[in-house]
Design a protein around this ligand. Structure first.
Ligand SMILES: C[S@@+](CC[C@H](N)C(=O)[O-])C[C@H]1O[C@@H](n2cnc3c(N)ncnc32)[C@H](O)[C@@H]1O
Length: 173
């Protein structure tokens, strides 16, 4: 499902709160649009130089480069994130924030996106996704992905939920 308006401040703040400003390394944002979440990340204390913004829409990319000086803006497909990010030769990412309309893609593609993100993130780092649907875009029962849902943010149009996905650590037997 796409958005009828950019995310509001309340939702953007809830998303940004999931990123530890004391963490090290880049913060990747997928589908930043005009930068509602990006602005909240900067307000949270994330230096724009740490931001890697991957956006499909060229006009939005120009806008983002202008608004978030020092950030790395990539006009590209978020579903090719690993290839794109690896070419930057950066440290492992501290978090991935996604504003992508995940439900517009088949479930296998959504799961692949999250698993791909884990390959470029530091151990235990969060993949943070918001969604207007009540259910998680990623199934709750996968053996390798830990899913945590936050309460519905009512002060957004439409109300949205924030989901946090983390790679489960391997169990020692
Ligand atoms: C629902 S809007 C969210 C915008 C912003 N993050 C917000 O919360 O207001 C989705 C954004 O993802 C971008 N987008 C959609 N598919 C994409 C893809 N495959 N790669 C990169 N960006 C994509 C769209 O251009 C749009 O800016």
């Amino acid at each position: 499902m796409g958005a009828i308006a950019p995310s509001g401040m309340a939702l953007s703040a809830v998303v940004a709160q999931q990123v530890d400003p004391l963490s090290q390394g880049p913060v990747i944002e997928l589908g930043p649009g005009t930068g509602s979440m990006t602005g909240a990340l900067v307000n949270r204390g994330i230096d724009p130089k740490r931001l890697v913004l991957i956006e499909f829409n060229t006009t939005f990319c120009h806008f983002l480069s202008d608004r978030f000086k020092g950030s790395t803006v990539i006009n590209g497909d978020a579903y090719q994130m690993t290839k794109t990010f690896n070419q930057l030769h950066m440290a492992p990412a501290a978090a991935v924030v996604s504003g992508l309309p995940l439900y517009s893609r088949p479930q296998e593609e959504r799961i692949r996106l999250v698993r791909d993100a884990f390959t470029v993130m530091a151990p235990g780092a969060p993949f943070i996704q918001f969604s207007y649907a009540p259910a998680s875009p990623i199934p709750l029962t996968l053996e390798d992905i830990d899913v945590h849902g936050l309460p519905l943010v009512w002060r957004n149009l439409p109300p949205a939920r924030v989901w946090i996905y983390r790679k489960k650590s391997n169990r020692l037997i």
